[in-house]
Design a protein around this ligand. Structure first.
Ligand code: OGA
Ligand code: NI
Length: 339
């Protein structure tokens, strides 16, 4: 792990993503602080689509508990984990065959849906299903629910700063996330050994990267990572490492913010290299609007409209289908460009 000071110096030399201190404005009531912060966040979104935040207000003790619960989960026997397998109908649970850009990722994941999905969804929504909690770990559910709540709060705060940075009211997009946003928390485990090595099947293909290059499809991603490293962001055709900072969150914008910003902010391509020396873990929280949200460029932006309207539920469904099977070209945000 590196201290913030040395990363800041390095960020000039090696062009690392910006590091933003949220301490100045943690309550959101300090308007001057929020405006300054939104400028910094806007610049980071424009330049990189990625930044790290420190002093985000999530207590050390809670983060430590979440990390411990995550490692305990992935230590369970494969057979126990596979009992919790997600499916194309229920997107929540364990998975070790994920495809990104039609290539298998060298990872295991556990996806946790929003609380209301545990209560059952209405049949008009694109996914039905509850998070299948591991019976062998009684504290796991409560701990993950706490972390989920903390991530919701931090994400909404960042969203407000992004709205301000685009010249809109800070609450302009808030309604898109209520009453039922469709965010999810993912636990990622990137083992050195291939997670499918125990299977007889021969046709699962080689996994050359931890996660193949992609953009995140929703609004924002806020990610906690360990100190191993391996996450990289693409800028101008080159890959830059995202240096782990103790207890920081890596934040990146997704395709929906790209559309809301009318392309002023780009959802950056990123990937994770395959682990070859030590196992790595990361915890991304994908902050997503309600399924019924229709995403259009904000009125506060004066440039010529670049994107057609996108219904988030439809876009999410199309992307998720590509996680399971090679369906040819995966749907991309550029497919919605007005030509
Ligand atoms: C993802 C992702 C990065 C990481 O899960 O979408 O980009 O560091 N993860 O695990
Ligand atoms: Ni990603």
């Amino acid at each position: 792990m590196v201290d913030i000071q040395s990363v800041n110096e390095k960020s000039i030399l090696e062009k690392n993503i910006p590091i933003i201190d949220l301490d100045e404005c943690s309550s959101g009531s300090n308007t001057e602080g929020l405006n300054k912060l939104s400028e910094e966040i806007g610049r980071a979104c424009r330049d990189w689509g990625f930044f790290q935040v420190v002093n985000h207000g999530i207590p050390d003790a809670s983060l430590d508990e979440t990390w411990l619960a995550t490692k305990n989960f992935f230590c369970l026997p494969k057979s126990e984990k596979r009992k919790l397998n997600r499916s194309s109908d229920n997107p929540w649970g364990f998975f070790d065959h994920e495809l990104t850009k039609n290539k298998r990722d060298k990872k295991e994941i556990f996806d946790i849906g929003p609380l209301h999905s545990d209560e059952g969804l209405s049949s008009e929504e694109p996914f039905l299903g509850k998070t299948p909690w591991p019976k062998l770990l009684p504290e796991f559910e409560q701990c993950m629910r706490e972390h989920f709540k903390a991530c919701e709060k931090l994400s909404l705060f960042i969203l407000k700063a992004i709205c301000l940075s685009l010249g809109a009211d800070k609450d302009h997009l808030t309604d898109c996330f209520f009453p039922k946003h469709t965010s999810f928390l993912r636990l990622n485990y990137y083992p050195v050994d291939d997670p499918l090595a125990d299977l007889e099947e021969q046709d699962h293909g080689e996994a050359g990267l931890g996660v193949h290059h992609h953009t995140d499809s929703g609004a924002l991603t806020i990610l906690s990572q360990d100190n191993i490293g391996g996450l990289q962001v693409n800028k101008g055709g080159r890959w830059y490492p995202i240096t782990p900072i103790d207890r920081a969150f890596v934040i990146n914008i997704g395709d929906m913010v790209q559309v809301w910003s009318n392309g002023e902010y780009k959802a950056a391509l990123h990937r994770v290299v395959a682990m070859d020396k030590e196992d790595r873990y990361s915890l991304p929280f994908f902050y997503n609007p309600t399924y019924s949200t229709n995403v259009n460029p904000l009125n506060s932006i004066n440039s010529t409209r670049l994107y057609k309207e996108i219904n988030w539920g439809e876009f999410r469904r199309k992307r998720a289908d590509g996680d399971f099977a090679n369906l040819g070209k995966e749907v991309q945000i550029d497919d919605y460009l007005i030509v």
